[in-house]
Design a protein around this ligand. Structure first.
Ligand code: GLC
Length: 798
């Protein structure tokens, strides 16, 4: 089944049937103010934190409500509808609606009885308020009087769980007031007041463009005994001009538009966390909404499209194009901005940045906005403890140099993280490497950055300490210990159990650091040590982790093997195989065999399962994935993040056909016409897909905020498209389906726009025969800065 299509020119996903199997959402805003909106106007808003800064209520796991509702009512006969299909749910035979999810805006159009409406939801760039711009057009031949009602449901206070569960307190701390063009909500109205008589907890919901005719600030009066599909206030055609005192606050404002045939009128609802004066000033700015909104919307589009334009591809495959050019890219920015804090699945309780997640997320945007990536990378380096480990959770208000750590009870109590994980700081290596390779900014290595608890050091020093941390945490065989978790949150290997995943990461880390220090005399000795240590780790990997056609997953605390082909359960694991290739640790023979085993044992039509057979009876204590149903999440589900690494690994091996097959299997866009399989949005990745042992293989879960965004992005860009920068310059080495004749890429690289044409008339899967710059053969495969000029035409002949 199909519910919509990709409008690539406008970078929008267009939902034509609102009855999607799950709410299909979009993200608006910035770290200062975030909002989630679905095609039925469901969703919520928050200031900085989904859990601690919640201003709009949302009932998770229910009916995708409440939301940002706009109701329209024909004054002549009282017939009413909503500007989105829900909540009123008019018969779709008479009511036509289209939702356009774009880059940080969503527009919902509806047509009903000759009235066309269009609501544009967005958060203006660099602001902390949101706008719902409503344009209503009379497409009939007679004059119409249309009542317009805007409704939002405020939380009683900013802590989302308090609003939900601590009603004996929260219902009695808040009131609403009406002022000319807005409802103002106050919380703890006599406490902590500043000179203006306010305490910064005020929220407002205002309307501009036409006078308010009636209002209510009290949810029960808006709804009456009904629900959102039939609110009393809209039934009555007029709100009762009451405010809230003890109970549930809301913002509801009503106006009436008289529309001549063909006439359009525009009003705007504006909402945010601001006191009376600030709200008044802001609303004054929107007095003539039409002009302000179109300017703000253009600025917003220019901002996002400007970033996304830094890589534009045209390949024979539409799904790859739309994911690389728009949707996977926008999802990468979204995970970068909101980490795992706020979606329709994450309620925002994870009040900070997960270390590994965030360092991985950075990788997804480096090729589009290296400066933004660098800022976050510095932040994450400053969340590394002096001994080299990463803080498992970096608080949103992280204070470098002054943080407590898992060694202290205070940290454990405030974050719930009792111990270090083996992989966290290991992610710094590929991320620092990618940043430097993209920009050529080798000087970054010498920038001084504080550690989380105390002390400071250059980026090199930070990386060295991360190596030290792993060196000080080796298990039985002298291979990296798995500690509280490695990448897999469900794998607890402790101080003596060992992880092959981290071993490969460690091997790669040492090689990458060694490469970055090339030519630096002062590190000559350290570089030799790195080389020897890497060789030593690789020897041990081969001795203790390799088994005929696969790499093992590790050893338990008791020294038992995990992931041997002789094991009754979890005999084959995906990540050690892909990482053996990505890290450069596997020999060609090992790489071919282990990746073939992945294909033979783990692959399904919807992606590669994380392990097989699933854990049911033969698990060890640290195998916590047994908590999950079979082929679900870490218990052998198709964990989409790992699919990205498999794409990359196959591409690095030059297996273009297989890399592309893996891309398609789990590509959201590839399911656009079969959306009932994945159920979630066909324009963004989800955390995992159900595998073969569930009643609905292929169903995807945990939308938007997932590490999948960045790994699949890297798999597509570096892997398939073959854009593989090094500190010295750009290497282009595609791994594509042999049937492609070629493709083009417009890439912004180190200040220059490059137009790249890949010629594959020879129909190879990989391998570059020659590189031409403006028609002339290049001297090397790596395009260094001095070889490139802005506007160059690069031809890659495969
Ligand atoms: C989730 C976590 C991530 C972890 C992965 C595998 O995606 O956010 O940190 O690596 O699960 O357990």
């Amino acid at each position: 089944m199909q519910f919509g299509y990709f409008d690539d020119l406008r970078r929008e996903y267009v939902i034509t049937d609102p009855r999607t199997p799950m709410p299909w959402a979009n993200y608006l805003g910035s770290p200062a103010y975030g909002a989630i909106v679905t095609q039925n106007a469901g969703g919520y808003s928050f200031v900085k934190s989904g859990a601690a800064g919640r201003i709009l209520r949302y009932t998770f796991n229910q009916f995708d409500e409440p939301g940002r509702y706009v109701y329209l009512r024909d004054e002549a006969d009282g017939d009413f509808w909503s500007a989105s299909w829900r909540p009123v749910e008019k018969d779709l035979k008479d009511f036509h609606t289209v939702t356009r999810h774009g880059t940080a805006y969503t527009s919902i159009q509806a047509d009903y009885r000759d009235i066309h409406s269009e609501v544009l939801y967005y958060v203006p760039l660099n602001t902390d308020h949101e706008v719902w711009c409503v344009r209503v057009t009379n497409q009939g031949r007679t004059e119409r009087k249309i009542g317009v009602f805007g409704y939002c449901e405020f939380t009683t206070e900013s802590f989302y769980t308090q609003d939900l569960v601590n009603m004996q307190y929260t219902q009695f701390i808040t009131v609403t007031e009406f002022h000319k063009d807005h409802i103002l909500q106050r919380i703890n109205q006599f406490c902590d007041l500043n000179a203006d008589g306010e305490n910064g907890r005020e929220r407002f919901f205002g309307m501009t463009g036409n006078p308010v005719v009636s209002y209510t600030g009290r949810r029960e009066r808006f709804l009456g005994v009904h629900r959102f599909h039939e609110p009393q206030g809209v039934l009555d055609g007029k709100l009762d001009n009451t405010v809230n005192f003890n109970g549930n606050p809301c913002g509801a404002l009503h106006t009436v538009l008289t529309l001549a045939p063909g006439e359009s009128r525009t009003i705007a609802f504006v909402l945010g966390q601001k006191g009376e004066k600030a709200a008044e000033a802001l609303l004054a700015r929107y007095a003539d909404p039409e002009a302000v909104v179109s300017a703000e919307w253009k600025t917003l589009c220019d901002y996002w499209h400007g970033k996304l334009d830094h890589l534009h591809i045209e390949t024979p495959d539409h799904d790859l194009n739309t994911m690389v050019n728009t949707w996977n890219a926008f999802q990468c920015f979204t995970t970068f901005v909101w980490s795992r804090a706020a979606s329709l699945i994450y309620a925002g309780e994870r009040n900070g940045y997960g270390y590994r997640d965030t360092v991985q997320d950075i990788q997804g945007i480096i090729h589009l906005d290296p400066q933004m990536a660098k800022e976050r990378l510095c932040f994450m380096l400053s969340a590394q403890v002096h001994h080299g480990a990463g803080l498992p959770l970096v608080k949103f208000d992280h204070n470098p140099g002054h943080e407590d750590t898992p060694e202290q009870d205070s940290y454990v109590r405030s974050t719930g993280h009792p111990a270090y994980r083996a992989d966290d700081a290991m992610w710094l290596f590929p991320t620092v490497y990618k940043y430097i390779a993209e920009t050529g900014d080798l000087a970054f290595l010498d920038e001084v950055i504080p550690f989380a608890d105390y002390d400071e050091g250059t980026v090199i020093e930070h990386l060295k300490r991360s190596i030290d941390f792993t060196m000080h945490h080796l298990g039985f065989h002298g291979l990296p210990a798995g500690l509280h978790a490695d990448w897999n949150d469900c794998l607890v290997l402790g101080a003596s159990g060992e992880s092959s995943f981290v071993a490969f990461q460690f091997y790669m880390a040492m090689r990458q650091l060694e490469e970055l220090l090339e030519g630096r005399e002062e590190y000559a000795e350290y570089r030799s040590w790195l080389k020897e240590s890497a060789a030593d780790i690789l020897r041990k990997i081969n001795e203790f982790f390799w088994e005929d056609d696969r790499f093992l997953r590790g050893y338990t605390q008791e020294g038992a093997v995990i992931g041997s082909k002789h094991d009754p359960e979890a005999a084959m694991w995906l990540n050690p195989q892909s990482w053996s290739v990505i890290s450069g640790g596997a020999t060609r023979d090992q790489a071919e065999k282990s990746m073939q085993s992945v294909y033979d044992i783990l692959n399904t039509p919807n992606g590669i399962e994380l392990l097989a057979p699933t854990y049911k009876k033969h698990y060890f204590e640290g195998a916590r994935m047994r908590l999950f149903n079979p082929t679900t999440k870490e218990n052998g589900g198709i964990f989409c993040q790992s699919q990205g690494w498999a794409i990359l690994a196959e591409a690095l091996l030059g297996h273009g056909n297989r890399a592309f097959q893996y891309f398609k299997e789990s590509c959201p866009a590839a399911y656009n016409e079969r959306a009932e399989i994945r159920e979630v949005e066909p324009y963004v990745h989800s955390q995992f897909i159900e595998g073969h042992e569930t009643p609905q293989p292929g169903r995807a879960h945990v939308h938007w905020l997932t590490g999948t965004a960045s790994t699949v992005m890297v798999g597509m860009v570096e892997g398939i498209l073959g854009l593989r920068p090094t500190p010295n310059g750009l290497r282009i080495s595609p791994s594509i389906p042999a049937e492609w004749d070629g493709f083009t890429m417009d890439k912004y690289f180190r200040g220059k726009n490059l137009h790249i044409t890949v010629d594959n008339k020879a129909h190879h899967e990989s391998g570059v025969q020659s590189v031409l710059i403006n028609g002339k053969a290049a001297d090397s495969m790596i395009l260094t800065d001095d070889m490139l000029s802005d506007g160059d035409q690069i031809t890659i002949v495969m």
